[in-house]
Design a protein around this ligand. Structure first.
Ligand SMILES: Cc1ncc(COP(=O)(O)O)c(C=O)c1O
Length: 358
C-alpha cells in the first residue's frame, strides 16, 4: 500500500530517516564513555525500545511506572523511571517490578526514600536509586549539595535500596536555539555535578551512574564524558521544535492528514489536537512530494487544523504531511505508527505505552 492510500489522520515514520538517526546517534557516541539510555516517552513503542537496546543502549528511561511495566512486559531488562514515585500503591507496584528487572527510581526526599525502602524490603526486591540533583530546570530534585549528600547517605544505608548515583536533567537547556548557549549552560551544569561528586567522595560515596541529557545536549555530553548515561529520546523522530536547532538528526515523524474543506485563503485538515501535540512549537507542513507549505498562520482545533493563506493551492482530498511541534505528546495520541519507504508502507508498530501515564 502507498503512503498516500492510508486513511487519515495517521502517524507515519520515514524508515530511512529513522535509520539515519540511529546511525547519527551511534556516530555521536562512538569513542565516548557515555552510553545511551533513551527516553521511552518519545516513541512509546516496545519494538523500537528493543531496536535501541540491540543497537547498544544500556536500557531504557521512562517517565511513568506504567511505561516501565510496559517495557518490562515486553522483555526489557533494565529500566530507569526518571521520576519520583510517592503513592503507596505505586511504591508496591515498583517494588514488585524490581523483582522482574533491574529497576532504578529517582528520589529527592528522605521520607520517600524510607517508603521506597520499606516497599522493596516487603517485596524482597532491590530497587536501584538515583538521587536527583536539581540543576536549574526548577523541576524535581535536591537543590542544595549538602542536602543531596545527606540524602544519598541515607539511601545508601537503607535496606532494599542501592544508591547508584545522580539523576541531573537540564530540560531547560535542550531547546535553546543557540548552540553556544547550550554549550555554556551544559558546561555550567556539569561543573555543579563535578562539585557534587567531590562532596560525595568526601562523604565516602561514589556515584557510579550520572544520568541525564537530551537530544539537544547529547553531542555536548558525549564529548565531555562526565555523564555515564544519556537519556535522549526525540532524536529518532524529531519535531518542528528540535528542527530549528540543526542537530545531526532529521525529522522522520509526520502526521498524514487530508484536506477536507477549502476556500479562498483557507484549507482545513482532518486532524486537530486529538491527534497532534501542540504543547510546543507550531507544526510545519509538507506536500507528499516534500515541498514545504508556508502559511500565514496555523491553528489547531479539536478535530481540525486550519491553514491560513497557504502559499500553494491545496486540492480537496489532497494529503498533507504535518511535522508535529512535539513528537512525544503526538505519539501518545496514537495507537499505531506506520513505517514507510519511498512512499510505500512497509510496517506498522503498536504504540504499546500509549496513554500509560500512571
Ligand atoms: C528526564 C528526561 N530525560 C530525558 C528527556 C529526553 O529529552 P529529548 O526528548 O528532548 O531528547 C526528557 C524529556 O523531557 C526528560 O524529561
Amino acid at each position: 500500500m502507498k503512503l498516500s492510500q492510508l486513511q487519515t489522520p495517521a502517524l507515519v515514520v520515514n524508515a530511512d530517516v529513522l535509520e539515519k538517526n540511529e546511525r547519527a546517534m551511534a556516530a555521536l557516541l562512538a569513542g565516548s564513555t557515555a552510553r545511551l539510555r533513551p527516553h521511552y516517552k518519545s516513541h512509546k513503542c516496545a519494538a523500537i525500545a528493543h531496536r535501541q537496546i540491540a543497537a547498544g543502549a544500556v536500557g531504557m528511561t521512562c517517565a511513568k511506572l506504567e511505561e516501565a511495566e510496559d517495557l518490562v512486559d515486553s522483555g526489557v531488562a533494565d529500566v530507569l523511571i526518571a521520576n519520583q514515585i510517592v503513592d503507596p500503591r505505586k511504591l508496591r507496584r515498583a517494588a514488585e517490578l524490581a523483582l522482574l528487572c533491574r529497576l532504578t527510581v529517582c528520589v529527592d526526599d528522605a521520607e520517600n526514600a524510607r517508603a521506597l525502602s520499606q516497599a522493596a524490603v516487603q517485596a524482597g526486591a532491590t530497587v536501584h536509586v538515583l538521587v536527583e540533583y536539581e540543576i536549574g530546570m526548577e523541576r524535581c530534585g535536591v537543590a542544595d549539595a549538602d542536602d543531596y549528600v545527606a540524602l544519598a547517605k541515607l539511601v545508601d544505608s537503607l535496606p532494599g535500596l542501592h544508591y547508584d548515583g545522580i539523576q541531573a536533567y537540564a530540560g531547560h537547556v535542550s531547546h535553546m536555539p543557540s548552540a553556544q548557549e547550550r554549550l555554556a549552560l551544559t558546561a555550567q551544569n556539569e561543573q555543579a555535578v563535578r562539585s557534587l561528586l567531590e562532596k560525595l567522595a568526601q562523604a565516602g560515596l561514589t556515584a557510579q551512574t550520572i544520568s541525564g541529557g537530551s537530544t539537544g545536549t547529547a553531542a555536548i555530553k558525549a564529548r565531555h564524558g562526565l555523564y555515564t548515561e544519556l537519556q535522549a529520546g526525540s532524536y529518532l523522530f524529531m519535531d518542528s521544535t528540535y528542527r530549528q536547532l540543526h542537530l545531526p538528526f532529521e525529522n522522520s515523524l509526520f502526521l498524514l492528514t487530508t484536506v477536507v474543506s477549502r476556500r479562498d485563503g483557507l484549507a482545513i485538515m482532518d486532524a486537530g489536537v486529538k491527534s497532534l501535540g501542540v504543547d510546543q512549537d507550531d507544526p510545519v507542513l509538507f506536500t507528499l512530494g516534500g515541498a514545504e507549505i508556508h502559511c500565514a498562520r496555523v491553528e489547531a482545533n479539536e478535530e481540525h487544523l486550519k491553514l491560513f493563506a497557504p502559499d500553494r493551492a491545496l486540492a480537496l482530498g489532497e494529503k498533507v504531511l504535518v511535522m508535529p511541534g512535539h513528537c512525544c505528546s503526538t505519539v501518545n495520541l496514537h495507537e499505531r505508527i506506520y513505517l514507510y519507504r519511498s512512499g510505500e508502507i512497509v510496517d506498522r508498530l503498536q504504540v504499546t505505552a500509549r496513554g500509560k501515564s500512571r
